[in-house]
Design a protein around this ligand. Sequence first.
Ligand SMILES: [Zn+2]
Length: 232
Amino acid sequence: MNLQRSYLADFVSLLFPELCAACRESLVANEHLLCTDCRFNLPYTNFHLQADNIVARQFWGKINIEAAFALFYFNKGGKIQNMLHQLKYNGQQQIGNLLGNIAGGQLAKNEIFNTVDYIIPVPLHKKRFRERGYNQSTRFAEGLADKLNAAVEEDNLVRVKSTETQTHKSRFARFENMQEVFVIINPEKLKGKHVLLVDDVITTGSTLEACGEQLLKVEGLKLSIATIAYAE
Ligand SMILES: [Zn+2]
């Protein structure tokens, strides 16, 4: 940056200081997206050090996973919610990449997660994707992929409306039938691979479970799960 540009940047940041995505305090020089205090003191779970963590337990007896992880504990009205809001509703896509990098740095030291081949984001609803223009989980996946030496596989797992005939179904079954389902477009590519399925927040785990069920139909596929936050 030349001197003139730098003066201009300083002047602009005086008027409109960049705010920390988590605590919303003004950032100082050399801070980007997150302030130093938040970077070190956000509610990290350290689940990469605990195989039987509470996210992994969500899937016990439901789907067969290798490992599960969430970067943060979600605190409503707090810093993690601020960050996710910036990521999802304020166009701050780089936050997803940054959090993916931070999570990837932790997971790269874990002997299960460091064998991941492909990272697959949970697909957004079509309508949401059109409104937002990006999938926040894909940004997280990209950040993870950098650190895990893996590839992001975005368009292989998709949401579709169920097309099964609804004529002779019970009312409940009809309702079920109207739900979106997940489909794998190219299962061949995922054969025998270790897939890391990622989403922004895990609450009940039902979406991740539905995606996981489909992925596990692929021959020899191993599945792990990672999210930005775990909400109780
Ligand atoms: Zn902060």
